[in-house]
Every structure is written in C-alpha cells, then in structure tokens.
Design a protein around this ligand. Sequence first.
Ligand SMILES: CC(C)(COP(=O)(O)OP(=O)(O)OC[C@H]1O[C@@H](n2cnc3c(N)ncnc32)[C@H](O)[C@@H]1OP(=O)(O)O)[C@@H](O)C(=O)NCCC(=O)NCCS
Length: 169
Amino acid sequence: MLIRNERPGDEDAIHSLTVVAFEPMAFSDGSEAPIIRSLRKSGDLTLSLVAEEGGAIIGHIAFSPVTIDGTHFNWFGLGPVSVQPEMQRQGIGKALILTGLEMLKERGAHGCALIGNPEIYSRVGFESDGRLSYGNLDSSYVQRLVLAGPAPQGELKFAPAFEAEGHAG
Ligand SMILES: CC(C)(COP(=O)(O)OP(=O)(O)OC[C@H]1O[C@@H](n2cnc3c(N)ncnc32)[C@H](O)[C@@H]1OP(=O)(O)O)[C@@H](O)C(=O)NCCC(=O)NCCS
C-alpha cells in the first residue's frame, strides 16, 4: 500500500470512496463527500492523502484549518477519513492518520482536532481533556492532539465547507 498526496484526477475516486464508507454509518448525513469537494474548491484542503493499492484508491484522509475561539493557532481539523468497507480494520485508517499528522508537523502545525469516536482516535494519540468544545456535543467526542506548544481552550470551529455542507463529525 502506498500513501501519497492526492493529485489531479483523483477527485471522483475520493468522492465515491467517501460515499461508500459513510453510507452504512448511522451518524452520517451524507455530507462528507460534498464537504471534501467544497474544501478543495475553497482552498481549505490543507492536506489530502490517499492510500493506493494496485492502482485503486482504498483510503483517503482530509485535513483543513480550524479555529478555536476564533483564532487559527495553526491547528487543523482531521476528517473526513474513509477506508473501503471491505478493507477496514486492517490498519489503513491508522496509517493515513499517522502519516497525515507527521506531514502536518513537518509543515509547522501546532495541533489537530476532530469530532469522532474516541475508541478509534485514542489509538492514534488523540484525547479529550474537556477544554475544547463544539456546541453542546459531549466533550468526549471533541478530541485533540498537540503537536507543538500549549493546548488551546475554547470553541472549535471547522472550515466554512463543513458549515455549508453539514456537520463536522
Ligand atoms: C474509521 C475508519 C477510517 C478507520 O479505518 P480502519 O482502516 O478501519 O482503521 P484501522 O484498522 O487503522 O484501526 C485503527 C485503530 O482504531 C480501532 N478501530 C477501528 N475501527 C473501529 C471501530 N469501528 N470501533 C472501535 N475501534 C475501531 C482499531 O482497533 C485500531 O486500533 P489498534 O491500532 O489499537 O488495533 C474506517 O473504519 C472507515 O472508513 N469508517 C467509515 C467512515 C467513518 O466512520 N469515518 C470516521 C468518522 S469519525
């Protein structure tokens, strides 16, 4: 398996993969694939990595800028992240997340935040200390990973694409 940056021509495969990965998820409103297109269009797709095997895209992860109480702090949001359904639970998601975090760190990012299942993201170093909030959401779903500097406190806000297309989790 190869993990690489998205390149022109990958857009439709990333879209289809995201649709099929999120389709069975009860929490999904189907906004994830349009969010990726919208992030790309608005220039907020900071990092977009694909996992490729035998020429096929089997995994994808997006990172985009976030603010905390209105300030960017050089923090980024993780997601959407998708792995081809029949290839899940084989370490592909973890490899995409860890590669993405490493690349963000190399670019000088100070941290990464997300809304998601703590069971999955605690396995790759994310934690919830209750200092980040996202509306009224239970703070255990609001998770962060510090790459450099202090852990900011406040209300997490994702890029406008998330507001326009749907939710962030
Ligand atoms: C979430 C997703 C990207 C994870 O990718 P994956 O390749 O299946 O995950 P991995 O095999 O790399 O697992 C990473 C870790 O999370 C754990 N994990 C993965 N899926 C899990 C689940 N559904 N529940 C609990 N733990 C889970 C694994 O046990 C593993 O931990 P370990 O390294 O200690 O063994 C993938 O399952 C997916 O595409 N799901 C549908 C879309 C989705 O829900 N995206 C995330 C929204 S928050």
